[in-house]
Each structure stands twice: as structure tokens, then as C-alpha cells.
Design a binder for this molecule. Structure first.
Ligand code: ZN
Length: 141
């Protein structure tokens, strides 16, 4: 007799994926527990196995300029087989225990899809460097 493995309800108002998987690092079918922060971002790379690179836009307050500037952050998140997010997908990711050296987030829901321009890790990194300081005009005073 085989027990039907049910989707775990992880709360948070998140839809459980239709597919099931045997990934033990899956928040729905595995043993991993999520806690902490939730971000919504866009997948810029899904080349690595079961890992997605997610770009998150956020606002940061710059004391020097007394205003908010746009910042981007790149987070590597675990991509469970049942969700299988692809490049361009808008995903919700949630903090969890460290899964590997660089991963301590896991994809919990696929929200939508967006066209991604030729955007590589390097390109975004460059962008991030350029956005360190929101204004450059005040130089030379
Ligand atoms: Zn799963």
C-alpha cells in the first residue's frame, strides 16, 4: 500500500504547486522549513541545477542625499523540481536554513512571467555598482 504524499500547506497564502517532487529541500514535499524574510523578484538565470538567481529591486535610503535610491540585490535560491522556475519568471522566495554555501532562500511560488532582456549576472552586477551613489553631479565641489 502506497501512501499518497500530500502537499504540505506552508501557509503564507501561497498556492501549493500542482506537481509533486522528491526534493528534500522542497518546502512542500521535503523537510525544509521556511522562516524569515520573503522577497519577490525576477529570475535572471536558471542554468544551475535546482538553483535560480533572483534579482530583487528595493529602495534604499541614502543619508547623504536625503532621498531614496533604487538598489538591486542578487539572491541565489533553491528551485524545487515541482516549481521549476525558469528565466524570466517572477517568483516569491523565502528565507530558510542554509542549503548550500550560497543558498539560504527557497522559491515558494511562481507569481508570473516577465520578458528578460539579455541580462547576465555580470550585467546586473555592473548596474549595481553604478547605483551605489544615486547622484554624481555633485562631484568637484
Ligand atoms: Zn516539491
Amino acid at each position: 500500500m502506497v501512501m499518497e504524499k500530500k502537499n504540505k500547506n506552508i501557509g503564507l497564502g501561497v498556492r501549493a504547486p500542482e506537481k509533486t517532487c522528491k526534493d528534500r529541500n522542497c518546502p512542500f514535499h521535503g523537510t525544509i522549513k521556511t522562516h524569515g524574510r520573503i522577497f519577490t523578484g525576477i529570475v535572471i538565470s536558471s542554468k544551475a541545477q535546482k538553483t535560480v538567481t533572483v534579482k530583487i529591486k528595493r529602495l534604499k535610503y541614502f543619508n547623504k542625499y536625503e532621498r531614496y535610491g533604487k538598489k538591486r540585490t542578487i539572491i541565489h535560491a533553491h528551485n524545487p523540481e515541482c516549481i521549476d522556475a525558469k528565466k524570466g519568471d517572477v517568483v516569491k522566495i523565502m528565507e530558510t536554513r542554509p542549503i548550500s554555501k550560497i543558498k539560504n532562500f527557497v522559491v515558494i511560488e511562481r507569481v508570473g512571467h516577465q520578458e528578460v532582456k539579455e541580462e547576465s549576472y555580470e550585467a546586473v552586477e555592473k548596474e549595481m555598482k553604478a547605483e551605489k551613489e544615486p547622484a554624481k553631479e555633485e562631484k568637484g565641489r
